[in-house]
Design a protein around this ligand. Structure first.
Ligand SMILES: *[C@@H]1O[C@H](CO)[C@@H](O)[C@H](O)[C@H]1NC(C)=O
Ligand SMILES: *[C@@H]1O[C@H](CO)[C@@H](O)[C@H](O)[C@H]1NC(C)=O
Ligand SMILES: *[C@@H]1O[C@H](CO)[C@@H](O)[C@H](O)[C@H]1NC(C)=O
Ligand SMILES: *[C@@H]1O[C@H](CO)[C@@H](O)[C@H](O)[C@H]1NC(C)=O
Ligand SMILES: *[C@@H]1O[C@H](CO)[C@@H](O)[C@H](O)[C@H]1NC(C)=O
Ligand SMILES: *[C@@H]1O[C@H](CO)[C@@H](O)[C@H](O)[C@H]1NC(C)=O
Ligand SMILES: *[C@@H]1O[C@H](CO)[C@@H](O)[C@H](O)[C@H]1NC(C)=O
Ligand SMILES: *[C@@H]1O[C@H](CO)[C@@H](O)[C@H](O)[C@H]1NC(C)=O
Length: 482
């Protein structure tokens, strides 16, 4: 039996000047807890101003704490992206679809006026993961800009924590996924979510409304179960859920050169690679360093989209840091972050390529007395990274027994990533337990050496070096060239 719910929501906008710049909506399911499956739904809206987002969402009463939208990013006078996180416990598992309107699009050359936001959620419990589906995870900055003379491939983030295949396509009229479905004529899209822009002439300069649908497809046949025991089969290759990915693509006046590093900023190490996977731990601050250069223009800004609690800072032109301390409810989930670096020359604005990463927050936090190890190896990451985080987090539970042991102190070792490496890297998590009477303070070198040997036995390169970050934090860093 298939329960289908179709909601048509009409969100009122009080200001007639409001202009819509797109939407993203994803959902993530956690393991069974207290009779249900906690589900985290992220709604991300962009309008001309932050106030418009509030007007759209809370109508006349913006003091209701239940509907707070938090600011992710704002380009003053252009657009504001905000998100609302809804956490609920899924107990009536079903398949649901929804459609909603969010007012009129900002002026665009493909002539889209009315917005339409369609979703399809699969909330029944999957036979392969023993929990409800998680939609593809993605985000994007609200306005993607490219000079008209510069061809570019934009590889959108398309990651599925369940390990499903992710596909992209333009929203379709025949599926009632848009009110007006005219595609931007300057863009083509591959099913693997790469948008291609071929250079055009100046007649095509201006903004376009991009309305995409991202879908996850079952890799193999699975069944899904409702609380009453009702079951359905999802065949291999069938669509499980659909999310809307909408934004503005702006073709800017031609740049004097399309070579990255001149007018268009070029990323430098240690900026993470596009689609890199980084792991983080609840209550521990993750730092992502981003560096870019442009010799003929002035780097002015890092524009990003990601959890609203990410904090951006700048240390000198072209050097940026994103810091994020995940909280409890973000544990066990994957969080996308995308960014571009922006530069000015005369009155023109030039954006770098779009880079996106996935931050997976482990479900447990390292107890205060334990030891965290950071490992970065030069093993190339498996790209395109559409695999489940399980491929990035291998957790052999290993007993590391030390010679003079009498099982007094117990130390849990968790390996997480926190130092982005310039090279492609592969993050490994290892759960291990040491029983020893040695204290880390007095026998640091002995313990480090034993740990190192153990890690090498587990297949890490022999050039790995371990470093003590604090009495409870240890780093393991490989220095070998790939
Ligand atoms: C949206 O555009 C339509 C057609 O131009 C117009 O009639 C309508 O009033 C607009 N709605 C809003 C909320 O601005
Ligand atoms: C607005 O929301 C607040 C908080 O939920 C509530 O106390 C108040 O009564 C609401 N006001 C109106 C006019 O609905
Ligand atoms: C975009 O990708 C296509 C197909 O892989 C390739 O032929 C083309 O050169 C790429 N364009 C740019 C600007 O990288
Ligand atoms: C891009 O534009 C060039 C020049 O107009 C053309 O030769 C080429 O076929 C176009 N490529 C694609 C993928 O449309
Ligand atoms: C940016 O950081 C790099 C590496 O830390 C440093 O060499 C460079 O001088 C910094 N640039 C600026 C403008 O601060
Ligand atoms: C960059 O250009 C924008 C738009 O022309 C302008 O508003 C801004 O002040 C410029 N910033 C700098 C640092 O020159
Ligand atoms: C994840 O964390 C929650 C809350 O701390 C806990 O109840 C749950 O059992 C954990 N799940 C797993 C798979 O560890
Ligand atoms: C994270 O910190 C908060 C606030 O200090 C605390 O309540 C929570 O238990 C911590 N979570 C974990 C998993 O350590």
């Amino acid at each position: 039996m298939l329960t289908s719910v179709l909601l048509l929501l009409l969100l009122a906008i009080s200001s007639s000047h409001a202009a819509f710049y797109g939407v993203l909506r994803t959902y993530s399911s956690k393991d069974l807890q207290g009779g249900g499956y906690p589900t985290v739904v992220r709604h991300i809206y962009t309008f001309t101003t932050c106030e418009e987002v509030d007007q759209l969402t809370c109508g006349s009463n913006c003091s209701d704490p239940g509907i707070i939208y938090n600011k992710i990013e704002e380009i003053s006078g252009e657009w504001c992206q905000k998100e609302r996180i809804l956490i609920w416990v899924n107990q009536a598992y079903q398949r649901s679809q929804s459609r909603s309107l969010a007012g009129n699009w900002t002026y665009n050359l493909n002539g889209i006026v009315a917005s339409l936001i369609t979703t399809q959620d699969e909330e029944r419990v999957r036979s392969d993961t023993n929990k409800p589906n998680t939609s593809p995870q993605t985000t994007i900055i609200s306005v993607v800009r490219v000079p008209s003379n510069c061809p570019r491939n934009i590889s959108l983030l398309a990651f599925d924590p369940d390990g499903d295949e992710v596909r992209c396509r333009f929203a379709e009229n025949t599926l009632s996924e848009c009110t007006d479905c005219t595609q931007p004529p300057v863009l083509s899209l591959s099913s693997s979510c790469t948008l291609s822009f071929n250079s055009t002439n100046s007649n095509s300069e201006g903004p376009y409304a991009v309305q995409l649908i991202m879908e996850d497809l079952a890799e193999q046949t699975i069944s899904v179960t409702q609380p009453d025991g009702g079951q359905a089969v999802i065949s291999a290759g069938a669509i499980i859920s659909k999310i809307p990915v909408q934004f503005v693509f702006r073709v800017d006046p031609a740049a004097p050169s399309c070579t990255e590093g001149l007018y268009l900023p070029r990323f430098l190490p240690p900026t993470p690679e596009n689609r890199a996977h980084i792991s983080a731990t609840i209550n521990q601050t993750l730092e992502i360093s981003i560096r870019a250069e442009a010799t003929q223009s002035v780097i002015t800004n890092l524009v990003f989209s990601g959890p609203y609690t990410v904090i951006r800072s700048t240390s000198g032109s072209g050097n940026f840091t994103l810091r994020w301390k995940p909280t409890d409810f973000e544990g066990g989930l994957s969080h996308p972050i995308c960014f571009v670096v922006q530069a000015n020359f005369s009155s023109s604005v030039y954006n770098s390529d779009l880079r996106c990463i996935v931050v997976t927050v482990s479900n447990y936090s390292v107890p205060a007395e334990s030891t965290a190890i950071v490992i970065t190896t030069p093993t190339p990451i498996q790209t395109p990274a559409t695999h489940s985080p399980a491929t990035a987090i291998m957790a052999p539970t290993t007993a590391v027994t030390q010679p003079p042991t009498s099982s007094a102190a117990t130390t849990t070792i968790a390996l997480t990533d926190s130092t982005p490496d310039p090279r492609p890297h592969y993050v490994i998590a290892l759960d291990a337990m040491i029983s020893t009477t040695l204290t880390l303070e007095d026998n640091k070198d002995t313990i480090m050496q034993l740990l190192k040997e153990k890690l090498i036995q587990h297949g890490l390169t022999s050039t790995i070096s371990l470093r003590l970050l604090s009495s409870s934090l240890m780093a393991a860093i490989t220095t070998a060239a790939p």
